[in-house]
Design a protein around this ligand. Structure first.
Ligand SMILES: [Zn+2]
Length: 138
């Protein structure tokens, strides 16, 4: 099983990711949802969180042992199905220079307990050429 966008919790049909996150955390705190069922990040996601995660000052809402880290995955034309984990802002800038549209998924993940949740999805809009499209095939 390879990592994909659909494995990012909250990626399907949720509009307000922060609201969904808070509701889910509340359910765990009340004991209606087990910790195991929310601390199930794909090993690939946790590996990326340990190596590439952007540190935050937000304690993990589930284990409260360490701070969560942020990861940004970009999906779209020419990128792997499992997305590309962005580590530098310049990578976003270079995508913006392409004629294609991409979606950047910002995920928080806990390297300790494997909690993960989608925080937001940002459109990365490519630069449309002024003249008609489709002439080149780069
Ligand atoms: Zn945790």
């Amino acid at each position: 099983m390879t990592f994909s966008a659909s494995m990012l919790r909250g990626a399907n049909g949720v509009v307000d990711h922060r609201l969904a996150r808070r509701a889910l955390i509340n359910e765990v705190k009340r004991g209606r949802i087990s910790k195991d069922s929310v601390c199930d990040a794909h090993p690939e996601l946790i590996r990326a969180a340990r190596n590439l995660g952007e540190e935050t000052s937000t304690p993990c809402p589930i284990c409260e042992e360490v701070n969560v880290v942020l990861l940004t995955y970009v999906f779209g034309h020419g990128l792997p199905k499992h997305g590309r984990c962005i580590t530098k802002r310049s990578e976003i800038t270079s995508l913006q220079k392409s004629p294609h549209d991409y979606a950047a998924y910002v995920v928080e993940a806990c390297p300790s307990c494997s909690w993960h949740h989608l925080l937001r999805v940002l459109p990365v809009t490519g630069r449309r050429p002024a003249q008609r499209r489709g002439a080149t095939s780069s």
